[in-house]
Design a protein around this ligand. Sequence first.
Ligand SMILES: Nc1nc2c(ncn2[C@@H]2O[C@H](COP(=O)(O)OP(=O)(O)O)[C@@H](O)[C@H]2O)c(=O)[nH]1
Ligand SMILES: [Mg+2]
Length: 222
Amino acid sequence: SDGEFQSCSNSPTLVSQSPCLVFIISGNHTYTTVNLVLLGLAGTGKSASGNTILGKKHFVSKPSSNPVTTECQVAETDVNSVHMRVIDTPDMFDDDTEPSVRDKHVKRCKELCESEPCVFVLVMHVSRFTDGERDILKKLENTFGTKVKEQTVILFTRGDNLEEAEMSLEDFLHSCQPGLKEIIEKCDNRCVVFENRSSGSDQVEKLMNTVSVVLKKTAKIQ
Ligand SMILES: Nc1nc2c(ncn2[C@@H]2O[C@H](COP(=O)(O)OP(=O)(O)O)[C@@H](O)[C@H]2O)c(=O)[nH]1
Ligand SMILES: [Mg+2]
């Protein structure tokens, strides 16, 4: 179907290097490289989610009371022959972060995702919603512009917590608190759930399908 990963060996738009698979966004938008920027508070599982997308342990991800990721980093992978640039970031929105340090991270992050298109992945812990996250969308808008929510997918980590409670993502979204609900609604309900301890590729595929929804939408408004 349109907007999903498709084989298109007969596509006349294919300039191509290698495999005959491209990411079809809409009739005349064909992207082969997509920037995915992982954003969110420290400890939510940005690096772990990056590793799940990459299919290997690339970013350092571990339990810590101190931030583990201290610089923006990029790693690349092909998912169904779409070239993904996965950008892992430190917590850039922590109120304790010095403005000069935050500005440095933001600048680096923007440099890394300069090439279009770019999709923001707001990573949140399924069992935790903190004060720091209440106004995170506002902070994202201040940093990346007011259109950021049109380019954002929310990724909830620790899907096993939901499974243990026999809850679906829908159950969770239905019962979540108003502050979180508001964020989700502003992002047009684009949510996916990851369990980073399991390596199943269907979670990555669901993310990619949601990413394709964003790309389709932004292609229309550009
Ligand atoms: N059980 C479980 N643990 C996770 C998941 N995602 C991340 N973690 C753990 O949470 C901790 C923080 O993850 P990390 O990726 O470093 O968070 P970051 O600071 O946002 O990059 C690590 O110990 C991860 O193993 C998940 O989906 N399930
Ligand atoms: Mg990290």
